[in-house]
Design a binder for this molecule. Structure first.
Ligand SMILES: [Zn+2]
Length: 278
């Protein structure tokens, strides 16, 4: 059964410094200090802004250690609790993926986490059997044209949306991340918050168009784009100077979010997959 069109709005729930790779090798305690309680304080106002929309919220697992109330609050507000890896850094080897899943297994089991979103939307084909062994039912860790739903063993892959300008890609395999070959190949990765930061009107128009075609766009936002951290974006200045491509992640997406929620019905990816497989 093809589910009715809806906006598959997802939030990658990570700290304000997660877009930069400069903090990946600090200790978890050092990252906790850097967070300065942002990820704890941002959740309530973010959930308020989502109002009664249902979304999938992929949590960085080490934050559950820092702020144990996060997953319960998300579930109680009617959202799906998903997994954005225990530590937010590139996870592209089997050993790293297995280690990350091992260190997160306790809280994932407790909250029955079934959805996986790879950091930086960058993964490998070998991730799927590992996800299956770790009780995941789906992943959303590639970029591909809206409407793409792939079966990888017993795990579904529901990619973040692109809009193909030059025809559909013939094969869709991990990794399919946002890089030059993807864009030169004619795909506009409008599901990324980088694109909704740079081109909010265009992204909104594409979402409207996809709905009219009966499709359900998968897009992602971050907490720091909905609830600005203190001293923002000044506290991120060094990273922004080193990598200006990070700027769009510091733009407020609050008006964009409000317009989306006014215009489109939403659902979690877990519910969409359930309907899709009936
Ligand atoms: Zn992320």
């Amino acid at each position: 059964m093809t589910p009715s069109p809806r906006l598959l709005l997802t939030i990658d729930y990570e700290s304000w410094f997660a877009p930069s790779r400069r903090y990946d090798n600090l200790s978890s305690a050092e990252r906790f200090d850097l967070d300065e309680n942002f990820s704890n304080n941002a959740l309530d106002p973010m959930l308020e802004r989502l109002n009664d929309a249902k979304t999938s919220i992929y949590l960085v697992g080490e934050m559950v250690g820092w702020y144990p109330a996060l997953p319960q609050k998300i579930a109680e507000a009617g959202h799906e609790v998903g997994f954005h890896c225990q530590v937010h850094r590139p996870l592209t080897t089997i050993a790293d993926i297995e280690h990350d899943l091992h260190t997160s297994s306790e809280w994932r089991t407790k909250y029955k986490v079934r959805g996986f979103r790879a950091p930086m939307i960058n993964t490998i084909e070998a991730v799927y059997p590992i996800l299956e062994r770790n009780q995941f039912t789906y992943s959303s860790s590639l970029y591909a044209p809206t409407g793409t739903v792939l079966r990888k063993g017993n795990v579904w892959e529901l990619p973040v949306s692109t809009f193909p300008l030059l025809g559909h890609p013939k094969t869709i395999q991990a990794p399919r991340r946002m890089n030059l070959p993807l864009v030169i190949g004619g795909e506009f990765p409008y599901g990324s918050s980088m694109m909704s930061g740079l081109f909010p009107r265009i992204v909104f128009k594409i979402i409207e168009k996809e709905f009219k075609a009966g499709l359900s766009p998968v897009i992602f936002l971050h907490p720091y784009e909905i609830v600005p951290p203190d001293r923002w974006p000044a506290r991120f200045a060094r990273d922004l100077l080193a990598n200006p491509l990070l700027y769009p992640f510091t733009f407020s997406k609050l008006n964009f979010l409000k317009e989306l929620l006014r215009s489109f019905p939403t659902s979690t990816l877990a519910d969409f997959i359930k309907e899709n497989s009936q």
